[in-house]
Design a protein around this ligand. Structure first.
Ligand SMILES: [Zn+2]
Length: 386
């Protein structure tokens, strides 16, 4: 039996349908249209905007829990917290820790990737620049020698071998480290997204990584050599190349003018990420990010160094809040913002099943009110309890 939904606005990759309608069959979208629907609606969502379920490629935690503790229970808390805020596909991002602890977390999270609960694992480290390590534990950073890269990629699926993709879908690394370019090539060969981040690379070093197959910039501007007009660094290389860039739209990590500038330069290559840690969807307090102690005050997460001025350590964003900030305070067009929270990240990870309100895709929907607050969330054809 099919279900027909109508709403004042339905956002597709190409345009906003106003009014719009959707026909769902089980967990699939079968038809999308504008104007008068072909029959009476089963559910009229009225003065709302229907967008695809959000796709977040950079999430460490939420609801008080973190992926890097490596337990299925913690992962379920994180996933449920973000799901209630509209994220229907998400990465499990792991911060730098000892090899054994990271490998153990990959093994555990791979089970949730296999059953479709998580879109994949994102290793943020340990191959990061000590000069741009941010909230990553300096003592566990290392150069990306090929055997250690292979060992973490294969921690969960030792049989996948070259050319096949396992649970790890993305690796953030600093390409200027010894072995960096070889690691980028290895990742590209394995179908894993090589992301440039936590890096002190010069423009030329970043360009070499892009030539070697790097395809994405991790939280552009944050934890990387800054853009200078005579020394454009990784930011200049990433913005000037046909690759995707993550942006943290919380009003803390980036000035709204910077968001607008990057969206103007490459609207179809911008990816909104939360980089959320455990305090997302949870109160201020003291938390952990991997091995590091974090203090969250007024929604801003910092390394706990006693001064209250430590490095920013992830965000407390939900994707819904990022969308509200980007389309509200930063004033970006709704269509561009929704694409950056759905279609572009899905494409970047090869998630062909999600990320757009199109026939054939999974019925993942977020219903937003006129302030872009989340009213309802649907994943795989079922409304999520909120
Ligand atoms: Zn980071």
């Amino acid at each position: 039996m099919t279900v027909l939904l109508t709403a004042d606005q339905v956002v597709t990759p190409a345009r906003v349908l106003a009014p719009g309608w959707l026909i769902l069959d089980g967990d699939r979208i079968t038809e999308v249209g504008e104007g008068a629907p072909p029959r009476t609606a089963d559910l009229d969502l009225g003065a709302t905007t229907v967008v695809p379920g959000f796709v977040d490629l950079h999430v460490h935690g939420g609801g008080g829990a973190s992926f890097d503790t490596g337990t299925a229970d913690a992962a379920a808390v994180v996933a449920d917290t973000h799901l209630s805020h509209g994220t229907t596909s998400m990465a499990a991002s792991l911060v730098t820790d000892t090899h054994d602890r990271m490998a153990a977390a990959v093994r555990e999270l791979a089970l949730l990737v296999q059953d479709g609960r998580l879109a994949g694992v994102h290793l943020e480290g340990p191959w990061l620049s000590p000069r741009r390590s941010g909230a990553h534990q300096p003592g566990s950073l290392s150069d990306p020698d090929p055997s250690s890269v292979e060992a973490l990629l294969d921690a969960a699926d030792p049989s996948t071998g070259s050319g096949r993709r396992g649970a790890v879908r993305m690796v953030t690394l600093a390409p200027e480290l010894a072995g960096g370019l070889a690691a980028v090539r290895l990742l590209a060969e394995r179908g894993v997204v090589a992301a440039i981040g936590h890096t002190d690379a010069t423009y030329d070093e970043a360009r070499a990584a892009l030539d070697a197959g790097a395809r994405l910039g991790t939280h552009l501007f944050n934890a990387m050599r800054p853009l200078h007009h005579r020394d454009p660094g990784p930011v200049g290389a990433l913005v000037d190349s046909p690759v995707d860039v993550e942006l943290i739209a919380d009003g803390v990590h980036l000035h709204p003018a910077v968001l607008r500038t990057v969206f103007a330069a490459k609207p179809d290559r911008c990816i909104l990420v939360t980089d959320a840690m455990a305090a997302a969807g949870a109160p201020d307090g003291d938390y952990r990010l991997g091995p590091m102690a974090i203090e969250v005050r007024e929604g801003v997460a910092r390394l706990a160094d006693g001064s209250g001025t430590g490095a920013i350590a992830g965000s407390t964003l939900t994707m819904a809040a990022a969308v509200r900030f980007a389309a509200g305070e930063a004033g970006l067009p709704l269509l561009d913002v929704v694409r950056a929270a759905t279609t572009t990240p899905a494409r970047a990870w090869g998630l062909t099943d999600v990320g757009a309100l199109e026939p054939g895709r999974r019925a993942d929907l977020v219903v937003l009110d006129d302030r872009l607050d989340v009213v309802r969330v649907m994943r795989a054809g079922a409304w999520v309890a909120r």
